[in-house]
Design a protein around this ligand. Structure first.
Ligand code: ADP
Length: 548
């Protein structure tokens, strides 16, 4: 682009080019800037809006290199959108911070931020100063959060039903996802995974101990939680048993974890091997067989039940292992080998001579997983002696489903983890939002100054959550909202929400549609903060690229 280049001549008549620097620098300021920011942010929020809730729609995202993602997860949608508006990018970060901190509620936070900005725009047009709006929103958010905390329910009070409650909360978070057909199974998986690895005393969950593995094939229903390690291999001989359990009197299945090959030492290449007679050949064969026998004896003597081998072995060795009732796995990768060693408390052994009983790993069972008709097999090593590691093993008919199922499961793992950390819940389907909205509106009536406008605007922004949920579920938004409000106010029940799935009741407590308190709180705080930040920006200077 030479539009801002001028050709000039020096005193000798030689031409040269002058390029005006920063020709592209753009600048917006004042109210116009604010309005345009808000419009940009609103555009993003309105794309995300239709993904909210159990009737939310999925989006297909196609990356520049043609890879397809189908998802309804707010953070994922936003992260894959190529935005070049700086303010719109702030919304991406907003959902990302909700994702990092809480893991769930990434759609809701963006929708709420969008609604707040909408309200702010109206106030700006009425002539209220943006800083006043920002401060009013801040105070309103505090009122909302205080109300939320006061009206939350602690589900850990009744210990006998705690797990059941966790299960239902996990199920709520899966309701809007592709896996909703199998949500019982996935919710159970999330609860089991988290409660297995959690540290009950510290009320914390180490997420690293939960592995998410996916494999294309089968259906979502074939997904399962494995208490142990999954290895993408099978036993080396089809006639070896499909499952190995401890021998009588033993405390577990003993594993020899080997990095030495199961083959006789090769004659060094320097020496020529000449076989010119039948006798010589037979001698060599006996030598090989003796060597094999020696190796097998080492393994047997150590007391191993199963051999895990980093290298391959030939048919001869394979046959001998089978004959000696030593199920074996070959070509196990270095990383997997390490994982097995750690989980089973075993040592990786580099030479057969070094094998001894104290170096063997221990586990409860090793079995082959077979997948439907696909003849695909994997090995699972369960009830390992040393580790709380679990693997959520997800199956699905194609890569897009497996990926989306992984994301959905991740969300519900987060919900369960959050409830372990803080077991207070609030009610979903917009119930919590309506309750907060009423509380903030009440406070607005007590205000004399400008703040009352900001409070009312904040309360209306909260109202838009149940309205959007109603709209997506095919209900009349205004009618639904007003009926909810009147129920909440008249009957004093703050658990009334939108019956998105047509279950016949609006009491979310009966439907057990709950969200963790800390997630909802974070949504309000993050969305308000972002809105405040945008309201305080009045200059955007976009520097143009250098041109010549
Ligand atoms: P997010 O990514 O923000 O978690 P979701 O698409 O999961 O978004 O939607 C969450 C919203 O849907 C919450 O407001 C939640 O209360 C509501 N919701 C979830 N399940 C139900 C249900 N069965 N009935 C009514 N509302 C529900």
């Amino acid at each position: 682009d030479f539009s801002n280049a001028i050709v000039a001549q020096d005193e000798m008549g030689r031409p040269f080019i002058i390029v005006k620097d920063q020709g592209n620098k753009k600048r917006q300021h004042g109210l116009e800037a604010k309005k345009s920011h808000i419009l940009a942010a609103r555009a993003v929020a309105s794309i995300i809006k239709t993904s909210l809730g159990p009737r939310g729609l999925d989006k297909i995202l196609i990356s520049p290199d043609g890879e397809i993602t189908i998802t309804n997860d707010g953070a994922t949608i936003l992260s894959q959108m190529e935005l070049d508006n700086e303010i719109a990018k702030l919304l991406v970060q907003l959902s990302k911070s909700q994702d990092d901190e809480i893991g769930d509620g990434t759609t809701g936070v963006v929708v709420l931020a969008g609604a707040l900005l909408d309200q702010a725009l109206e106030l700006i047009e009425k002539g209220i100063h943006p800083i006043k709006i920002a401060n009013g929103f801040n105070d309103a958010a505090k009122i909302a959060v205080t109300h939320l905390e006061k009206h939350s329910d602690d589900i850990s009070l009744d210990e006998s039903s705690f797990k059941d409650h966790l299960f239902k909360a996990a199920k709520t978070s899966l309701g809007s996802k592709i896996v909703s057909k199998e949500h019982d199974k996935f919710a159970q998986m999330a609860v089991d995974a988290v409660t297995t690895v959690m540290d009950a005393k510290r009320k914390d969950v180490e997420f690293d101990l939960i592995k998410l593995e996916g494999r294309v094939g089968g259906s979502l229903n074939d997904s399962q939680l494995i208490h142990g390690v999954v290895v993408d291999k099978d036993f080396s001989h089809p006639q070896m048993p499909k499952a190995v359990t401890p021998k009588d009197g033993s405390d577990g299945v003993k594993l020899a974890i080997l990095t030495c090959p199961f083959e006789p030492p090769k004659p060094k290449t320097k020496h020529k091997l000449d076989i010119s007679s039948v006798e010589e050949y037979q001698k060599l064969q006996t030598y090989e067989q003796d060597k094999f026998k020696e190796m097998i004896d080492y393994v047997k003597e150590s007391g191993a039940d199963v051999v895990i081998c980093q290298w391959g072995f030939d048919d001869e060795a394979n046959h001998l292992l089978l004959q000696n009732e030593l199920p074996a796995v070959r070509w196990v990768g270095g990383q997997e080998l390490e994982l097995i060693a750690i989980a089973t408390n075993g040592r990786i052994v580099p030479r057969f001579q070094d094998l001894s009983s104290d170096k063997l790993g221990t586990c409860g069972i090793i079995r082959e997983l077979e997948f439907g008709t696909t003849r695909d097999r994997m090995l699972v090593i369960e009830e390992c002696s040393n580790s709380k590691t679990v693997t959520c093993f997800i199956r699905g008919s194609n890569k897009m489903i497996v990926d989306e199922a992984k994301r959905a499961l991740h969300d519900s793992l987060c919900v369960v983890r959050n409830l372990i950390r803080d077991s207070r819940v609030v009610y979903g389907g917009g119930a919590a939002e309506v309750a907060m909205s009423v509380a903030v509106a009440n406070e607005a009536d007590k205000q004399r100054g400008i703040d009352q406008y900001a409070y009312r605007a904040f309360s209306q922004a909260l109202d838009s959550i149940p309205m959007i949920l109603a709209e997506i579920s095919g209900l009349d938004p205004i009618e639904t909202l007003s009926s909810l409000k009147s129920k909440q106010i008249k009957e004093g029940v703050s658990t009334m929400g939108v019956d998105c799935l047509g279950k016949g009741t609006t009491n979310m407590k009966d439907l057990f549609v709950v969200d963790p308190l800390i997630g909802k709180k974070q949504q309000i705080l993050l969305a308000t903060e972002l809105c405040r930040m945008i309201l305080k920006i009045d200059n955007v200077i976009i520097s143009g690229k250098d041109e010549y």
